[in-house]
Design a protein around this ligand. Structure first.
Ligand code: KIV
Length: 269
């Protein structure tokens, strides 16, 4: 038995203070979340990246709250120590603070994660304040925000050009002020991510934002080698896709060849 403690919201500020890196991976189902929980991952993110990675959509945009809830519930059930964050998908929080609170409460009641995340800075600050005022822990997401991919004009690196740091800092401070406990920085150039991390009291969790953020997050299918596409900022820490192909091919070969099931796998009477 591991003596690892349940990760709670106040631990992230403590980790930032003592310079201990925060680890986060996406998870979308029970067995995967169990494995990551047992491996000691601090935070599991039921990301809306499940839209493309799990449900096969072209982007995160079509995914709905109703589609996400059963997956988030499975991850929450699996996590005994890890802190679970669930995304709100596109269209479920932008209209008003009331809509954001209603969607967050729905996610919290039906799926029971520990916190909610959604994308944007100053433009959603009123929503963030309303959610945190309702007693729901909130994580922000700045830099490249996939739900706005159409407006951004594709997967573009963020933080480049005059004034980019100041703009992102204003967004990050608005989230911090509204009660966010941490902020994901996605595809942000390293100097900007590093300066933001120093300027904020709350932790930053980077994905494609260099080594100086307070923590790191990766989409697990990229990190463990499932699928063919791997973003340049990710690293492959395992070969799960190849293990699955080999295992399935072995099964097919044995069934076709008549060696499975053998007497060991058969009820004789
Ligand atoms: O949905 C997701 O997986 C995310 C990560 C890329 C941070 O938001």
């Amino acid at each position: 038995m591991s003596d690892r403690k349940q990760v709670r919201i106040h631990h992230f500020a403590q980790m930032k203070q003592r310079g201990e890196k925060i680890t986060m991976l996406t998870a979308y189902d029970y067995p995967t979340a169990r494995a990551f929980d047992e491996a000691g991952v601090d935070m599991l993110l039921v990301g809306d990246s499940m839209g493309d990675n799990i449900l096969g959509y072209d982007s995160t945009v079509p995914l709905t709250l109703e589609e996400m809830i059963p997956f988030a519930r499975a991850v929450s059930r699996a996590a005994s120590k890890s802190f679970v964050v669930a995304d709100l998908p596109f269209g479920s929080y932008e209209i008003s603070p009331e809509q954001a609170v209603e969607s967050s409460i729905r996610m919290m009641k039906l799926a029971q994660p520990n916190a909610i995340k959604f994308e944007g800075g100053r433009r959603v600050a009123r929503q963030v304040k309303a959610v945190t005022d309702a007693g729901i822990p909130f994580m922000g997401h700045l830099g490249f925000t996939p739900q706005s991919e159409n407006a951004i004009g594709g997967r573009r690196i963020q933080g480049r050009g005059d004034g980019a740091y100041e703009e992102m800092l204003a967004d990050a401070l608005a989230l911090q002020e509204a009660g966010a406990f941490a902020i994901v920085l996605e595809m942000v150039v390293e100097p900007v991510a590093t300066e933001l991390t120093a300027a904020l009291d709350i932790p930053t969790i980077g994905i494609g934002a260099g080594p100086h953020t307070d923590g790191q997050v990766l989409v697990w299918l990229d990190a463990l080698g499932v699928g063919d596409w791997h973003p340049s900022f990710s690293k492959q820490f395992g070969a799960v896709g190849e293990a699955m192909r080999q295992g399935a091919a072995g099964y097919v070969a044995e069934v076709k060849g008549g060696t499975f099931p053998s007497v060991d796998h058969t009820f004789s009477d």
